[in-house]
Structure formats: C-alpha cells, structure tokens
Design a protein around this ligand. Sequence first.
Ligand code: NAG
Ligand code: NAG
Ligand code: NAG
Ligand code: NAG
Ligand code: NAG
Length: 537
Amino acid sequence: MALSLTRWLLAATAVLPQVSGSILSPTPPMGFNNWSAFMCGLNESIFIETAHSMVDNGLLAAGYNRINLDDCWSTMERATNGSMVVDTEKFPRGLPWLTKYLKSLGFIPGIYTDAGLKSCGGYPGAYGYEEIDARDFASWGFDFLKLDGCNMPTGTQAEYKQVYGKWHKILSSLPKPMAFSESAPAYFAEAANLTDWYAVMEWVPEYGQLARHSRDTLVFNSTLYWPDITGWDSILFNYGQEIRLARFQKPGYYNDPDFLIVDHFDLTMDEKRSHFAIWSALSAPLIISAWIPGFSKADFEYLTNKDIIAVNQDKLVFQSTVVSQDENWDVLTKSLSNGDRLLTIINKGKSTASYSVSFERIGLTTDQHVRVKDLWSGKSNVAKNRVTATSIPSHGTAILRLSAVHKSLGRVIPTGKVFNTFSLTTLTASSAGLTWGSSTGVDAQVWQALDDTTIRPLADSRQCLTESGRGKVELTHCNKKLGGQQWDYLYSGNLRSLSSKNCLTESKDHGVVMEKCLYLDNNQVFALPSGVEVVKD
Ligand SMILES: *[C@@H]1O[C@H](CO)[C@@H](O)[C@H](O)[C@H]1NC(C)=O
Ligand SMILES: *[C@@H]1O[C@H](CO)[C@@H](O)[C@H](O)[C@H]1NC(C)=O
Ligand SMILES: *[C@@H]1O[C@H](CO)[C@@H](O)[C@H](O)[C@H]1NC(C)=O
Ligand SMILES: *[C@@H]1O[C@H](CO)[C@@H](O)[C@H](O)[C@H]1NC(C)=O
Ligand SMILES: CC(=O)N[C@H]1CO[C@H](CO)[C@@H](O)[C@@H]1O
C-alpha cells in the first residue's frame, strides 16, 4: 500500500458471532503483497518467483494463498475507452496471463487501485471509472481488490463513505464477488479529533472484508518514509492502533494492521516471530510483504507454525484484547472456538525475562489444573491459578493456548483494560476514587465485565462501577437493586448507563464522569475486553 507516499506526516466483540457459509472471507486472508519490499519496483518475474517459492517452501500449503499486486502496475494514462492499461515492461505477458498462471499454482490473485483521482504513487485513480475498472479487474482474473484512498477530490469522511459504498455495490454484484480491502480509515487516523476515524470504522465492516485502519508498516527502506524508527517500533505502532478497534472485527471482516514486514533489514529473529505471533493473536490478515525467495529456512519455519496459524484462522476470529500493559509487558487474551483461551505476552523490555499471569486476569474462574501449550515449542504442561511463561527474550512474544484437562475451562469472564482509544488512558480504581491513568498493569486497571452488565475491578470484585448521580461515577458495593451499575457497551465505543442513558466520559483533568452521550467524541470512546457484548443502536 502506498499510503505513506502522501500521508506519512500525519501526525468485540459481541456474543458468539454467527458463522455463515455465505461469508466471503470467513477467516482472515493470508498471502503476499510486494509493496513493502518492492514498492513500485514490482514486475512479473517477482510475482512468479515469489509464487514458486511459496509453493516450494510450504507457505501455500500453510494457507498463504493470496498474491496481491500493489500500486504502480499500470501505465500513467488510461486507454481511450477508459480502461487502465497494464505496464507491459513490468508485465510483458499481461495480467490475464499472470492471474491464470498464479491460479494454476493454487493462488487467488488480487489487484490494487485507488478510490481517488490518482493513486498514491501518481498512477491513474479510479474515481469516476469504478464500473469500468471493476469489470476489467474481474475479467483479468482478479478476485481481491485493495482500494487505497489517496487524492480524493475533497477528502471528507462523507465522500469516502459514498465512494467506498459505490465500490461495495459494484464488487458485490459481480458474478463472482470480489474480496474488498479498504484503506479508507487510514486517512483519518492519528488526528487531533478522532470522530471521523471512528465514523469510517463503523461503515468499513459493512462494505468490505478488511480495512487498513492506520499508517503503513515500514517499507523495506524505511528511511524514505519515516526516518529514525525501527521495524520493531513500526510493528508496535500499528499494533497500538489495532487494539483500539477490537469491537469491529467479526467473521468476514478484519481490522488490518498492514503487512508482515518480516524481512525488514533491522528486525531480529525474535522481533519477526513476535510480529507474526501478535498479528495471529489479533486474527489480523497475514499478508507477507517481503522478498520470499530470499527467506532462510528458519523464516519459513516460523511463518508456517500450524498452531499459531490455527489461532489466526480460528473461526470466532476474535481480536485478542489487552489484559494489562506496563512499560515492559503487554498481555492479551481471547477465546477460541473450541472453548480454549489464548494468552499472548509481549516482552517490550530490553532483557530476557519470565512473566506470570493469574487465571483471573485471563478471565478463567476454574480452580482446576489447566493444560498450557506453548505454541512456539509445541510443548504442554499443566498449571493451576496462574500461568508463567519463562525466558521470553527481549522483543519476543509468548503465545500460549490454555485448554481443559478434563471437561471444559468453565465460566470465562471478559477481563482486561478499559481504555480511552483517543487519549489511551486507562480506567483506574485507586483509593482516592476513579481516574483515567497511565497503564501500570496493576489489578486496579484490570476490569471484569459480567453478564449482568456490571463492570468490576479485579482488585475488588464486590465493587461495581456505579453512576451515582450529578455526573459522578464511583465504585460502590454491587447491589442488583441499585440503579446506575449496569452498562451497555455500544458499537460506537460508548459505555452507556442503562438507567440514565448518559455516557462514561473522560473529563479534561482525567476525571471519570458522566455526560450526555456525544457523537463519537474523543472523550467517550473506549476499548473493552473481548467477549463483552456489543450493542448496536
Ligand atoms: C523484475 O525486477 C527484478 C528486481 O528488480 C529484476 O531483477 C528482474 O530482472 C525484473 N524482471 C523483469 C521482467 O523486468
Ligand atoms: C479498451 O482498450 C484497451 C486498449 O486499446 C483494450 O486492450 C481493451 O480490450 C479495451 N477494453 C474493452 C472493454 O473494450
Ligand atoms: C470533531 O469532528 C467532528 C466531525 O468532523 C465534529 O462534529 C466535532 O465537532 C469535532 N469535535 C471537536 C471537539 O472539535
Ligand atoms: C534507503 O534509500 C535512501 C535513498 O535512496 C538511501 O540513501 C539509503 O541508504 C537506503 N537505506 C537502506 C537501509 O536501504
Ligand atoms: C528486498 C528487496 O528485494 N527489495 C527490492 C524492492 O524493490 C526495489 C525496486 O525494484 C529493489 O531495488 C529492491 O531490491
């Protein structure tokens, strides 16, 4: 994706979703796109060599079955009949030949265009040519379209919605519907006012199968786009955007934190493996953008880890949500379709260390032994009350699958951070009362969201988050008879009191207060642990 060419300076969940056979992409897409490694240097031989390498080294068999072209595949002008024209220096045998060849190997080919007047790289945009381009892409044999959003005529949120909506209509009415990757949200990310970003996030799941919510992961040569950051910084940055948006993901729609840039020149092996493990825990698309024929045996090995891919492709496709964060550690969890629980621990620190998490924090209520499988080593052991991952290397990620030794894991309570997805402050229960604070990973920042729609701090689960009138919120003893202790988590990200219909709000001085619900306001949009029912209204 060529977003960064023009934009780099910018400074759920629900009850078990229905998995229907008619969903275009019931699990996250996996495959290859040449952008991060090749940018505009793409050509036929790169795709052919890549495809063969993916077959020979087991990537296709592991599920990486898409090969997508990015920007710069065409000439600079359209033909007189309005069609895009392939650059025959880059693709001497043309695109229908290429798609046929890729399909003969077992791949699904994808193509790129831009919703605006010009692509991010300056090639013809599709604005006003939507029907012609969709027809051509389909007739050339493509089954997947990535639609960037550079150079829109006016750039308003409403305009993006209208144009992406138009594409949705066209693509879904083709004889063979095309998977639709939408870059629209990325153009509204990182703003001082996130209302438009949130608004776009609300409609992209209705129109397509995946959406790029924020900036590009670093291209191979990062110095061109985002000086002075490392590949690891870029991975954590996009992860940091993704975790704000878990409520939108569902079977058939995936939040896309962008490509796996696994051959970025400064990544260590531990960082590459983390990149893959984190994207898998998020059930994010796994689209490798790297020079695959140049991979080492070890690269192919970790990228084809069956247990981790199974987590990525789990049919619930929950995005793991954050249990806790501190300076050195991020802990994530989610449920898997067979009732197992996934625990992911990221070591952001500078040294190898062990980390231990209580069952409670993972949402488990069982007092029994639980089987813990380390998905990197494939080894299992049993644990009771807490899980400890030992020797996690600096910038490494432990990814553990918890399952019942006997019947089932028992009741699982959605548990984790409640945070403002604009300011990133975390709901904190201190002795002085409630505040929005920075993350330190303490129990006072880990919350349980119960079926009765109460919200309780892990530090003392007899206490409930309570709206106590006059705009105040406090922790008071849980009591079903009291009003003000029940909350709806809305699709908008609002936490709305059932009794007053007002919304939880972060005030200017980080106070936890109640105010009238506003439209996708910076101070009222929150992320909650996965498993909490999301109410659309
Ligand atoms: C495609 O690009 C690669 C890398 O830049 C180059 O080695 C190769 O010769 C090119 N192939 C064609 C057909 O231009
Ligand atoms: C449009 O023109 C191009 C270039 O002359 C040609 O290859 C293509 O087949 C034409 N498309 C249609 C639908 O006629
Ligand atoms: C944020 O943007 C929205 C949509 O453009 C606008 O309605 C709202 O007033 C803005 N909020 C602030 C605080 O500027
Ligand atoms: C990236 O590109 C710039 C400009 O072409 C060049 O000076 C620099 O050495 C390149 N860096 C890497 C890591 O390839
Ligand atoms: C990693 C890699 O092979 N990068 C290539 C990306 O594409 C450019 C342009 O063709 C090449 O110069 C790089 O070598």
